[in-house]
Design a binder for this molecule. Structure first.
Ligand code: 13P
Length: 248
């Protein structure tokens, strides 16, 4: 049985009231799962995640962080602060951050380095837009994003990263990549990481409209190690179905 990584990204969703039963349920679901379960929540709920998920089988963390330790950066959160809440994970370079907050490959690289330095597992997102795919640029964009994010890193550091291929055109659209498209790009990314850094066993997830109806098909592809799930993780029943996916 392949051990899948199934990590929810709440984005800017859910409330304190909703999260209480949600975390309880998620801890319960994860306790009997063979898969690795995680959830990335808004910063303000990390204290609650620590209280309710620490010691459970659910990994938890944030959706972004700054690369500096401290300073005059109004509204920002450092890796030290995430460590105050014992975060396991932090999403870095999500396409929404790249698109709406102008995050560059250089920013992503600095954040990846800082997260690794602080012992938090970064989930490094990459993926092309529809225009880039239609213009036959998907592979060059993905290569640029991965190489940019990993600049100056050593083998040992690269081996601690979780990667997530999230084609921008599949995020929040209800239309996922086909399992073939996802497999093709993820195997390309794995070859690149192996060739450039010698890491032959990198973990690469798929993200983009992953849901109960397509999880089995996508997650059973040989190169795909799991999913980064947005919309479908907000409903605990849907997330549970995805978490219960079994793949040979
Ligand atoms: P959706 O599952 O809502 O498409 O979002 C995917 C995503 O962006 C996870 O980070």
């Amino acid at each position: 049985m392949k051990k899948l990584y199934l990590i929810g990204n709440h984005k800017m969703n859910m409330s304190l009231n909703e999260l209480e039963p949600y975390f309880d349920n998620l801890a319960e679901i994860a306790s009997t799962s063979e898969n690795v379960v995680g959830v990335c929540v808004p910063y303000v709920y990390l204290n609650m995640a620590k209280g309710m998920l620490e010691g459970s089988k659910v990994l938890y963390g944030a959706q972004n962080m700054h690369y500096k330790d401290n300073g005059a950066y109004t509204g920002e959160i450092s890796a030290h602060m995430l460590n105050d809440f014992n975060c396991d994970l932090v999403i870095i370079g999500h396409s929404e951050r790249r698109a709406y907050y102008n995050e560059t490959d250089e920013d992503v690289n600095l954040k990846i380095k800082k997260a690794l330095e602080e012992g938090i597992t970064p989930i490094l997102c990459f993926g092309e837009t529809l225009d880039e795919r239609n213009g036959n640029m998907a592979h060059s964009v993905v290569e640029r994003q991965i190489m940019g994010a990993l600049a100056d890193l050593e083998y040992e550091e690269v081996s601690r990263i979780i990667f997530a291929y999230e084609p921008v055109w599949a995020i929040g659209t209800g239309v996922s990549a086909t399992s073939e498209q996802a497999e093709e790009m993820i195997s390309f990314a794995k070859r690149l990481i192996a060739d450039e850094y010698g890491v032959k066993t990198s973990i690469v997830l798929y993200g983009g409209s992953l849901k109960p109806s397509n999880a089995q098909d996508i997650l059973s592809k040989p190169s795909i190690d799991g999913g980064l799930i947005g919309g479908a993780c907000l409903k605990i029943k849907d997330f549970e179905e995805i978490i219960n996916t079994k793949v040979e």
